[in-house]
Every structure is written in C-alpha cells, then in structure tokens.
Design a protein around this ligand. Sequence first.
Ligand code: SAH
Length: 393
Amino acid sequence: MTYKTVTLKRGKEESLERFHPWVFSGAIAAADDTIEEGDLVSVYSHDGKLIGNGHSQIGSIAVRMLTFDDTAIDEAFYRQRLQDAYKMRQALGLQREDNNAYRLVHGEGDFLPGLVVDIYGPTAVMQAHSPGMHFARDIIAQSLTTLPGIRNVYYKSETTLPYKAHLDPMNDYIIGGMETDEALENGLRFHVDWLKGQKTGFFVDQRENRRLLEHYSKGRKVLNMFCYTGGFSVYALRGGAQQVHSVDSSAKAVRLTDDNVALNFDAGDYRHQSFAEDAFKFLDNMEKDAYDLIILDPPAFAKHKSALRNALVGYRRLNAKALEKIAPGSILFTFSCSQAVNKEQFRLAVFSAAAQSRRKVRILHQLTQPADHPINIYHPEGEYLKGLVLYVE
Ligand code: SAH
C-alpha cells in the first residue's frame, strides 16, 4: 500500500536504511502538497525507491516511520504490533497475580513511534505524542481490547500532543469507564489517578529500581525526595525502614503518597510522614545525618537539548546538597529521566557533586529503565532513565 509521497534528498535515505524511525524536515526534497499533518505518507529515496510508510508531522521530525516496506497501516497493522508488544510483556512475566501494572507500548521501542500505553489491571491508559497516532486512536483502542484482560481504554492527549487547535485533543474513555483505580506492583497496591495525575498516572518505569530500594531499606531512615505517588516510600516501608519521609512540592502528590501508604499499611503507619515542600529548600533546612538512605528522582530538568547546561547544573546542585548532609554509611539512589542528558553527562554531574561534598563515594549499581520500556536498537535516543546507587562514607 502506498500513500501520499515524500521524496528525500540524495543520501538522506541512509539512516532510514538502518531503520532509524525519523525523517527530519531538512532531509526532504519534495512532498505532495496535499499532505496534511498526521496523514499517512510513503517515503521514497531520491531515485524513487520506496523506503516505507509513516505518519507525517509539522516540525523538525517530519515523518515518524511505521514500516520499512509497503505494509498498509490499517487495523490489522495495529492489532499485530499490539499483539507483538503484549507477547513480549508476557515473556517478561509482568502480568501476574501480584503485578498488573506495566508499560505495554513504549513508542519507538515497540515500533509504534508516537504512542505510549500503560496497563493498570483491566484499564489501558493511552497517550498520543503525534497527530498521526491521535487520528488512529479509535482503531488502536479497539485493537487494545482484543488483548486478554483489557476492558477499558482511557485516552489522554491534552498534554502530549503538539499544540494545534485543529487536533482537538481529548482526555476521556474511548472504551469502557472507571472500573478500578487500583493497580498492583510487585504485591503492593497503588491508587493510579490517570484522570488528573501526571503522564498516565503512575511511573511504572521505576518498578525494578523500587524493588532494589526495598532491599536496602531495612532499619534505615529514608528520605524519598520528589515522591509523587509514593512508590519508593511504600517499598521502603515494606523493606523494614525505621522511618520514611516523603517530600514533593505538590500537595496533591503528598496526598497520593499518604493514600498509598494507607492502602498497604495500617492507617497512618507511624513510621511514615510526608511534607509538601520544595526539594531544594527541604535539603537546605534538613539536619546533617538525619537520613541514611535518600532517593532523588526529580522531574526531567532538561526537556530539550537547549536546556542541557542548566539541567546539568541542577543535577549537580541537587546531588551536592544531599551528599553534604547524608549520614556516614549511607546509600543514595539518584536518577535523571531527561532524555537530553546522557549516561556520561549525568554521571559527571554526580561526580562533581561528590567531589564538592568531599565525601568518599562509590558506585554500587548503575540503573536504567526496565524491560517493558525497551530501547529500539536503531533508535538509541529511546534510552532515557539513568540512575546511580551510591555508597557514601
Ligand atoms: N519518584 C516518583 C516520580 C517523581 S516525578 C515515582 O517513583 O513515581 C517528579 C515529582 O517531582 C513530581 O511529583 C513533582 O510534583 C515533583 N517536583 C517537581 N519540582 C519539585 C521541587 N522543586 N521540589 C519538590 N518536588 C518537586
């Protein structure tokens, strides 16, 4: 099947021949002038060879490739890609009696650029990051319900689509409705607020890292900075922490954390306390040696490459504040989820913070995103989550 055509400049087919899924606007020699944003297009090399089909978009990424052949992009296509994604998650063992929260579709990592789907029990929460996926939302939602156990599809695109008045983004159920807002992660219960929460309502990408944190929590005084739904706090409590303090600048996040603690432990576990405060202020005011396990999981400091320098300064400052005050013999879990910051840059920022604090610091673990957030080998940009676990003397 072929669609409206986009022809590349000479030599610009090279990265696509290596299956990189983006066509940048500067690579295009000519395009049908009837193409509208979100349309399906067929991409050709300068000498007329079909490279594949994709979604067109206005901006520096002009086409997001869906196929590298002439396969039609129809309901059968989406069903197949979603089934492939589901099969992979089954191989990972993520759908279990004690776990029903995981990412089913991770954009380019599942060969569906522009689409994210997280599963919370019987509900799929779907976000479109491209106009093409937005226009395909109904077919995708229908296809999702052909997978075992998925009965409701909530679509949430108001914050993810590039702003264009005509796109008419929506936040609503496409299929079904609210059945339960509770999800299970490694045997722990969480309320997930996809209606009003950030992203799809929960950060499933920290699942494995939370489990590691649990392992280190016994008897420790834990500070969970940027707690959001309290994921790390709940694991620390189960791990036998002596005390857990959760901090987030959003009062709503603090309430979510309190709710999730109450859902898993006796109402108001005396070991847990939460604070609606700015992270930097809290760290400035906290006493030295008050904590011997600190988690720093801030929002992305660099949303774009242009913010990289400031972001690195931010990571250095944040980590230096924690490293200056953490007790001797402590463990620090520190993360960056900025795609624009690579592993080496993040490690260098933390290294500078360690040097500034003049502490003896060793790396125990180098963490990343879990397997349900796979990295398409042809799209290394898909690697975004970086973490270090440090032992601080
Ligand atoms: N660790 C969480 C995810 C963190 S998301 C988890 O495991 O799910 C980032 C959080 O940082 C958001 O909840 C946001 O409200 C909070 N935040 C952003 N800026 C902040 C600041 N300056 N101080 C404290 N919290 C902040």
